[in-house]
Design a protein around this ligand. Structure first.
Ligand SMILES: *Cc1c(COP(=O)(O)O)cnc(C)c1O
Length: 381
Protein backbone atom coordinates (compact mmCIF):
# COMPACT_ATOMS: atom_id res chain seq x y z
CA UNK A 1 0.00 0.00 0.00
CA UNK A 2 1.28 3.49 -0.88
CA UNK A 3 2.15 5.95 1.91
CA UNK A 4 -0.38 8.46 3.23
CA UNK A 5 0.95 11.56 1.42
CA UNK A 6 0.79 9.74 -1.92
CA UNK A 7 -2.70 8.46 -1.27
CA UNK A 8 -3.90 11.92 -0.14
CA UNK A 9 -2.96 13.21 -3.60
CA UNK A 10 -3.87 10.29 -5.85
CA UNK A 11 -6.65 8.24 -4.22
CA UNK A 12 -9.90 8.46 -6.16
CA UNK A 13 -8.39 10.63 -8.90
CA UNK A 14 -7.57 8.85 -12.15
CA UNK A 15 -7.08 11.21 -15.12
CA UNK A 16 -10.47 11.64 -16.81
CA UNK A 17 -10.78 8.92 -19.51
CA UNK A 18 -12.37 11.22 -22.11
CA UNK A 19 -10.15 14.31 -21.83
CA UNK A 20 -7.20 13.41 -19.63
CA UNK A 21 -8.19 16.09 -17.09
CA UNK A 22 -6.02 15.53 -14.01
CA UNK A 23 -8.66 16.75 -11.57
CA UNK A 24 -12.02 14.96 -11.54
CA UNK A 25 -14.49 17.22 -13.33
CA UNK A 26 -17.37 18.80 -11.42
CA UNK A 27 -20.22 16.71 -12.82
CA UNK A 28 -22.89 19.36 -12.40
CA UNK A 29 -25.74 17.16 -13.56
CA UNK A 30 -28.83 15.72 -11.94
CA UNK A 31 -29.42 12.92 -14.42
CA UNK A 32 -27.69 10.68 -16.98
CA UNK A 33 -28.72 9.44 -20.42
CA UNK A 34 -29.76 5.78 -20.60
CA UNK A 35 -29.43 3.76 -23.81
CA UNK A 36 -32.64 1.96 -23.01
CA UNK A 37 -34.49 1.87 -19.65
CA UNK A 38 -32.09 0.48 -17.05
CA UNK A 39 -29.16 0.28 -19.49
CA UNK A 40 -26.72 3.00 -18.31
CA UNK A 41 -23.08 3.56 -17.33
CA UNK A 42 -23.61 3.15 -13.59
CA UNK A 43 -25.12 6.57 -13.04
CA UNK A 44 -28.87 7.20 -13.09
CA UNK A 45 -29.62 10.18 -10.90
CA UNK A 46 -27.22 12.28 -8.78
CA UNK A 47 -28.96 11.69 -5.43
CA UNK A 48 -27.92 8.04 -5.81
CA UNK A 49 -24.51 8.44 -7.46
CA UNK A 50 -22.52 11.29 -8.93
CA UNK A 51 -19.02 10.85 -10.40
CA UNK A 52 -17.44 13.76 -8.48
CA UNK A 53 -18.93 12.52 -5.21
CA UNK A 54 -17.85 9.00 -6.12
CA UNK A 55 -14.24 10.19 -6.56
CA UNK A 56 -14.32 11.85 -3.13
CA UNK A 57 -15.91 8.83 -1.43
CA UNK A 58 -13.24 6.59 -2.98
CA UNK A 59 -10.49 8.89 -1.67
CA UNK A 60 -11.95 9.05 1.86
CA UNK A 61 -12.39 5.27 2.07
CA UNK A 62 -8.74 4.91 1.04
CA UNK A 63 -7.38 7.44 3.59
CA UNK A 64 -9.26 5.77 6.48
CA UNK A 65 -8.27 2.23 5.37
CA UNK A 66 -11.96 1.49 4.81
CA UNK A 67 -13.91 -0.35 2.10
CA UNK A 68 -16.66 2.24 1.67
CA UNK A 69 -17.40 5.90 2.36
CA UNK A 70 -20.58 7.94 2.08
CA UNK A 71 -20.66 11.73 2.03
CA UNK A 72 -23.45 13.89 3.40
CA UNK A 73 -24.60 17.50 3.20
CA UNK A 74 -23.07 18.18 6.66
CA UNK A 75 -21.43 16.42 9.57
CA UNK A 76 -24.80 16.47 11.34
CA UNK A 77 -26.45 14.72 8.35
CA UNK A 78 -23.79 12.00 8.66
CA UNK A 79 -24.57 11.57 12.39
CA UNK A 80 -28.29 11.49 11.54
CA UNK A 81 -27.62 8.63 9.10
CA UNK A 82 -25.75 6.62 11.76
CA UNK A 83 -28.49 7.05 14.35
CA UNK A 84 -31.10 5.93 11.80
CA UNK A 85 -29.46 2.50 11.89
CA UNK A 86 -31.21 2.18 15.28
CA UNK A 87 -34.78 1.20 16.14
CA UNK A 88 -37.07 2.23 19.04
CA UNK A 89 -35.89 0.59 22.26
CA UNK A 90 -32.26 0.45 21.15
CA UNK A 91 -29.79 2.01 23.53
CA UNK A 92 -26.68 4.06 22.78
CA UNK A 93 -23.83 4.54 25.24
CA UNK A 94 -22.25 7.86 24.29
CA UNK A 95 -19.20 9.64 25.55
CA UNK A 96 -19.73 12.44 28.07
CA UNK A 97 -17.33 14.64 26.13
CA UNK A 98 -19.31 15.31 23.03
CA UNK A 99 -19.77 17.94 20.34
CA UNK A 100 -22.79 20.01 21.40
CA UNK A 101 -24.69 19.32 18.17
CA UNK A 102 -24.32 15.55 18.59
CA UNK A 103 -25.75 15.73 22.11
CA UNK A 104 -28.58 17.97 20.87
CA UNK A 105 -29.49 15.59 18.03
CA UNK A 106 -29.48 12.58 20.35
CA UNK A 107 -31.59 14.22 23.06
CA UNK A 108 -33.99 16.40 21.05
CA UNK A 109 -34.40 14.52 17.75
CA UNK A 110 -33.86 10.80 18.38
CA UNK A 111 -34.89 10.37 22.02
CA UNK A 112 -38.51 11.29 21.16
CA UNK A 113 -38.45 8.42 18.61
CA UNK A 114 -37.77 5.96 21.42
CA UNK A 115 -33.99 5.57 21.19
CA UNK A 116 -32.33 5.54 24.61
CA UNK A 117 -29.11 7.53 25.19
CA UNK A 118 -26.84 7.19 28.19
CA UNK A 119 -23.88 9.52 28.52
CA UNK A 120 -20.96 7.96 30.35
CA UNK A 121 -17.26 8.57 30.84
CA UNK A 122 -15.79 6.18 28.28
CA UNK A 123 -12.31 6.98 29.57
CA UNK A 124 -12.95 5.24 32.90
CA UNK A 125 -11.83 1.63 32.40
CA UNK A 126 -14.56 -0.88 33.03
CA UNK A 127 -17.41 1.65 33.12
CA UNK A 128 -18.38 0.97 29.51
CA UNK A 129 -18.57 -2.79 30.02
CA UNK A 130 -20.55 -2.36 33.25
CA UNK A 131 -23.04 0.00 31.57
CA UNK A 132 -23.94 -2.41 28.75
CA UNK A 133 -27.51 -3.79 28.89
CA UNK A 134 -29.29 -6.23 26.55
CA UNK A 135 -30.67 -3.17 24.70
CA UNK A 136 -27.23 -1.62 24.00
CA UNK A 137 -26.74 -1.49 20.26
CA UNK A 138 -24.17 1.28 19.73
CA UNK A 139 -21.29 3.04 21.43
CA UNK A 140 -20.45 6.60 20.36
CA UNK A 141 -16.94 7.92 20.92
CA UNK A 142 -15.41 11.29 20.13
CA UNK A 143 -11.62 11.44 20.23
CA UNK A 144 -10.01 13.88 20.69
CA UNK A 145 -13.08 15.39 22.28
CA UNK A 146 -14.46 18.88 21.97
CA UNK A 147 -13.52 21.20 23.68
CA UNK A 148 -11.28 19.55 26.32
CA UNK A 149 -9.27 17.35 23.95
CA UNK A 150 -9.70 14.19 26.01
CA UNK A 151 -8.65 10.93 24.37
CA UNK A 152 -10.69 7.71 24.44
CA UNK A 153 -8.90 4.37 24.24
CA UNK A 154 -10.61 3.35 21.00
CA UNK A 155 -9.09 -0.15 20.82
CA UNK A 156 -10.14 -0.94 24.41
CA UNK A 157 -13.75 0.15 23.80
CA UNK A 158 -14.14 -1.52 20.39
CA UNK A 159 -12.78 -4.80 21.74
CA UNK A 160 -15.55 -4.97 24.35
CA UNK A 161 -18.18 -3.71 21.87
CA UNK A 162 -17.12 -6.27 19.26
CA UNK A 163 -17.58 -9.19 21.65
CA UNK A 164 -21.15 -8.06 22.41
CA UNK A 165 -22.18 -7.22 18.85
CA UNK A 166 -22.38 -3.49 19.62
CA UNK A 167 -21.71 -1.10 16.73
CA UNK A 168 -18.80 1.19 17.60
CA UNK A 169 -18.70 4.66 16.08
CA UNK A 170 -15.91 7.22 16.38
CA UNK A 171 -16.30 10.90 15.59
CA UNK A 172 -12.70 11.44 14.48
CA UNK A 173 -13.17 15.01 13.21
CA UNK A 174 -10.45 16.49 15.46
CA UNK A 175 -7.87 13.88 14.42
CA UNK A 176 -8.46 13.58 10.67
CA UNK A 177 -7.26 10.40 8.93
CA UNK A 178 -3.71 11.79 8.95
CA UNK A 179 -3.46 11.42 12.74
CA UNK A 180 -5.69 8.44 13.53
CA UNK A 181 -7.48 5.60 11.74
CA UNK A 182 -10.19 4.29 14.09
CA UNK A 183 -11.10 1.40 11.72
CA UNK A 184 -7.60 -0.01 12.33
CA UNK A 185 -8.40 0.13 16.06
CA UNK A 186 -11.55 -1.95 15.58
CA UNK A 187 -14.23 0.71 15.05
CA UNK A 188 -17.15 -0.12 12.74
CA UNK A 189 -17.86 3.42 11.54
CA UNK A 190 -15.68 6.55 11.45
CA UNK A 191 -17.53 9.83 11.23
CA UNK A 192 -16.01 13.11 10.06
CA UNK A 193 -17.26 16.62 9.87
CA UNK A 194 -15.55 17.12 6.51
CA UNK A 195 -16.21 20.84 7.08
CA UNK A 196 -13.15 20.88 9.32
CA UNK A 197 -9.66 19.44 8.52
CA UNK A 198 -10.64 17.38 5.45
CA UNK A 199 -12.03 20.40 3.59
CA UNK A 200 -9.48 22.49 5.42
CA UNK A 201 -10.26 25.91 3.97
CA UNK A 202 -13.47 26.98 5.75
CA UNK A 203 -15.42 27.00 2.49
CA UNK A 204 -17.53 23.81 2.60
CA UNK A 205 -20.08 22.15 4.91
CA UNK A 206 -19.97 18.34 4.58
CA UNK A 207 -19.92 15.09 6.52
CA UNK A 208 -18.69 11.57 5.85
CA UNK A 209 -19.03 8.03 7.17
CA UNK A 210 -16.40 5.42 6.45
CA UNK A 211 -16.24 1.71 7.31
CA UNK A 212 -15.38 -1.82 6.24
CA UNK A 213 -18.39 -3.92 7.25
CA UNK A 214 -20.37 -4.75 4.10
CA UNK A 215 -23.70 -5.06 5.84
CA UNK A 216 -23.40 -1.60 7.43
CA UNK A 217 -22.18 -0.20 4.11
CA UNK A 218 -25.22 -1.58 2.30
CA UNK A 219 -27.61 -0.09 4.87
CA UNK A 220 -25.96 3.32 4.67
CA UNK A 221 -25.87 3.27 0.87
CA UNK A 222 -29.57 2.49 0.74
CA UNK A 223 -30.28 5.20 3.29
CA UNK A 224 -28.21 7.81 1.43
CA UNK A 225 -30.26 7.11 -1.68
CA UNK A 226 -33.59 6.90 0.15
CA UNK A 227 -33.24 9.98 2.37
CA UNK A 228 -31.03 12.13 0.15
CA UNK A 229 -28.91 14.43 2.36
CA UNK A 230 -26.11 14.38 -0.23
CA UNK A 231 -23.50 17.07 -0.95
CA UNK A 232 -23.36 18.72 -4.36
CA UNK A 233 -20.57 18.03 -6.87
CA UNK A 234 -18.96 21.47 -6.49
CA UNK A 235 -18.47 20.90 -2.75
CA UNK A 236 -17.07 17.42 -3.43
CA UNK A 237 -14.56 18.97 -5.81
CA UNK A 238 -13.46 21.50 -3.17
CA UNK A 239 -12.89 18.71 -0.63
CA UNK A 240 -10.92 16.65 -3.19
CA UNK A 241 -8.71 19.70 -3.62
CA UNK A 242 -8.39 20.11 0.16
CA UNK A 243 -7.39 16.46 0.64
CA UNK A 244 -4.33 16.89 -1.56
CA UNK A 245 -2.65 19.01 1.12
CA UNK A 246 -4.11 17.28 4.20
CA UNK A 247 -0.74 15.81 5.25
CA UNK A 248 1.08 19.15 4.79
CA UNK A 249 -1.56 21.12 6.66
CA UNK A 250 -1.88 18.63 9.51
CA UNK A 251 1.86 18.58 10.08
CA UNK A 252 1.94 22.37 10.39
CA UNK A 253 -1.26 22.44 12.52
CA UNK A 254 0.42 20.02 14.95
CA UNK A 255 3.72 21.94 15.07
CA UNK A 256 2.03 25.30 15.60
CA UNK A 257 -0.41 23.95 18.20
CA UNK A 258 2.41 22.36 20.19
CA UNK A 259 4.32 25.66 20.21
CA UNK A 260 1.21 27.60 21.28
CA UNK A 261 0.35 25.05 24.01
CA UNK A 262 3.88 25.24 25.42
CA UNK A 263 3.87 29.04 25.30
CA UNK A 264 0.44 29.24 26.99
CA UNK A 265 1.60 26.83 29.74
CA UNK A 266 4.21 29.38 30.81
CA UNK A 267 1.90 32.41 30.82
CA UNK A 268 0.95 33.92 34.18
CA UNK A 269 -2.63 34.69 33.11
CA UNK A 270 -3.26 31.14 31.87
CA UNK A 271 -4.47 28.27 34.06
CA UNK A 272 -4.93 24.77 32.67
CA UNK A 273 -3.85 24.18 29.08
CA UNK A 274 -5.66 21.28 27.39
CA UNK A 275 -3.49 19.74 24.66
CA UNK A 276 -2.79 16.01 24.24
CA UNK A 277 0.81 16.80 23.29
CA UNK A 278 1.64 18.17 26.75
CA UNK A 279 3.06 15.63 29.23
CA UNK A 280 0.60 17.07 31.80
CA UNK A 281 -2.41 15.94 29.69
CA UNK A 282 -4.14 12.99 31.41
CA UNK A 283 -4.08 10.83 28.24
CA UNK A 284 -0.76 12.05 26.83
CA UNK A 285 0.66 8.54 26.65
CA UNK A 286 -2.47 7.04 25.07
CA UNK A 287 -2.56 9.87 22.50
CA UNK A 288 1.05 9.10 21.59
CA UNK A 289 0.15 5.46 21.05
CA UNK A 290 -3.16 5.92 19.24
CA UNK A 291 -2.36 8.98 17.11
CA UNK A 292 0.49 10.01 14.81
CA UNK A 293 0.48 13.58 16.15
CA UNK A 294 -1.47 15.63 18.66
CA UNK A 295 -3.57 17.81 16.38
CA UNK A 296 -4.26 21.50 15.93
CA UNK A 297 -6.77 22.18 18.72
CA UNK A 298 -5.72 23.79 22.00
CA UNK A 299 -8.03 24.90 24.81
CA UNK A 300 -7.10 26.81 27.93
CA UNK A 301 -8.55 28.47 31.02
CA UNK A 302 -7.68 32.08 31.72
CA UNK A 303 -6.89 32.87 35.36
CA UNK A 304 -9.55 35.13 36.87
CA UNK A 305 -7.34 35.68 39.91
CA UNK A 306 -4.65 37.14 37.62
CA UNK A 307 -7.20 39.60 36.23
CA UNK A 308 -7.87 37.76 32.97
CA UNK A 309 -11.33 37.23 31.53
CA UNK A 310 -12.13 34.91 28.60
CA UNK A 311 -14.50 37.11 26.63
CA UNK A 312 -12.38 40.24 27.20
CA UNK A 313 -9.31 38.39 25.92
CA UNK A 314 -11.15 37.17 22.82
CA UNK A 315 -12.42 40.66 22.01
CA UNK A 316 -8.82 41.91 21.85
CA UNK A 317 -7.65 39.32 19.29
CA UNK A 318 -6.62 40.85 15.96
CA UNK A 319 -5.20 38.03 13.83
CA UNK A 320 -7.14 35.12 15.30
CA UNK A 321 -10.79 35.28 14.26
CA UNK A 322 -13.52 34.68 16.82
CA UNK A 323 -15.94 32.26 15.22
CA UNK A 324 -17.50 28.81 15.20
CA UNK A 325 -15.77 25.93 13.42
CA UNK A 326 -12.17 24.72 13.27
CA UNK A 327 -9.70 22.92 11.08
CA UNK A 328 -9.22 25.64 8.45
CA UNK A 329 -5.89 27.14 7.44
CA UNK A 330 -6.66 30.28 9.48
CA UNK A 331 -6.59 30.38 13.28
CA UNK A 332 -10.00 30.56 14.93
CA UNK A 333 -11.07 31.07 18.50
CA UNK A 334 -14.29 30.01 20.23
CA UNK A 335 -15.93 30.36 23.63
CA UNK A 336 -17.63 26.97 24.27
CA UNK A 337 -20.08 28.12 27.01
CA UNK A 338 -21.76 30.57 24.61
CA UNK A 339 -21.00 28.87 21.28
CA UNK A 340 -20.54 25.13 20.63
CA UNK A 341 -21.77 24.06 24.10
CA UNK A 342 -24.59 26.55 24.66
CA UNK A 343 -27.14 23.67 24.43
CA UNK A 344 -25.87 22.19 27.70
CA UNK A 345 -27.14 23.56 31.02
CA UNK A 346 -24.57 25.29 33.29
CA UNK A 347 -24.67 22.18 35.54
CA UNK A 348 -24.03 19.84 32.59
CA UNK A 349 -21.12 22.01 31.47
CA UNK A 350 -19.72 22.06 35.01
CA UNK A 351 -20.03 18.26 35.04
CA UNK A 352 -18.07 18.06 31.81
CA UNK A 353 -15.36 20.38 33.16
CA UNK A 354 -16.21 23.27 30.84
CA UNK A 355 -15.79 26.46 32.88
CA UNK A 356 -16.63 30.06 32.05
CA UNK A 357 -12.90 30.75 31.79
CA UNK A 358 -12.40 28.37 28.85
CA UNK A 359 -11.15 29.47 25.42
CA UNK A 360 -10.85 27.02 22.52
CA UNK A 361 -8.31 27.68 19.76
CA UNK A 362 -8.15 26.10 16.33
CA UNK A 363 -4.52 26.78 15.49
CA UNK A 364 -4.08 27.53 11.80
CA UNK A 365 -1.05 27.20 9.56
CA UNK A 366 0.08 30.84 9.72
CA UNK A 367 3.54 31.70 11.05
CA UNK A 368 3.37 30.61 14.67
CA UNK A 369 5.25 33.72 15.88
CA UNK A 370 2.36 35.89 14.69
CA UNK A 371 -0.21 33.64 16.40
CA UNK A 372 1.67 33.85 19.70
CA UNK A 373 2.16 37.63 19.37
CA UNK A 374 -1.60 38.03 18.94
CA UNK A 375 -2.40 35.87 21.98
CA UNK A 376 0.21 37.75 24.00
CA UNK A 377 -1.24 41.18 23.29
CA UNK A 378 -4.81 39.90 23.88
CA UNK A 379 -3.85 38.46 27.27
CA UNK A 380 -2.27 41.82 28.09
CA UNK A 381 1.37 40.67 28.07
C1 LIG B 1 -18.38 20.44 13.47
C2 LIG B 1 -18.49 19.12 14.12
C3 LIG B 1 -19.60 18.29 13.89
C4 LIG B 1 -20.76 18.71 13.00
O1 LIG B 1 -20.38 18.85 11.67
P1 LIG B 1 -21.06 19.91 10.66
O2 LIG B 1 -20.24 19.72 9.41
O3 LIG B 1 -20.91 21.26 11.28
O4 LIG B 1 -22.47 19.54 10.50
C5 LIG B 1 -19.62 17.05 14.52
N1 LIG B 1 -18.63 16.66 15.35
C6 LIG B 1 -17.55 17.44 15.60
C7 LIG B 1 -16.48 16.95 16.51
C8 LIG B 1 -17.45 18.70 15.00
O5 LIG B 1 -16.40 19.47 15.26
Amino acid sequence: MKKFATRAIHAGSEPDPTTGAVMPPIYQTSTYAQKSPGNHKGYEYSRMRNPTRHALQTALADLENGKWAYCYASGMAAIDAVLKLLRPGDEVLASLDLYGGTFRMMKLIFEPYGIIFKFIDLKTPGLFEKSITPATRMVWMESPSNPLLRITDIAAVTQIAGKKGIISVVDSTFASPYLCNPLDLGADIVMHSVTKYLGGHSDVIMGALIGKDENLGRQLEFQQKATGAVPGPQDCFLVLRGLKTLHLRMRRHCENAMAVAEWLSGHKKVGTVYYPGLPTHPEHELAGKQMRGFGGMVSFDVRKEAGADAIGTMEKLQLITVGESLGGVESLCAYPPKMSHATFSPEERENMGIRNTLIRLSIGVEDVDDIITDLDQALGG
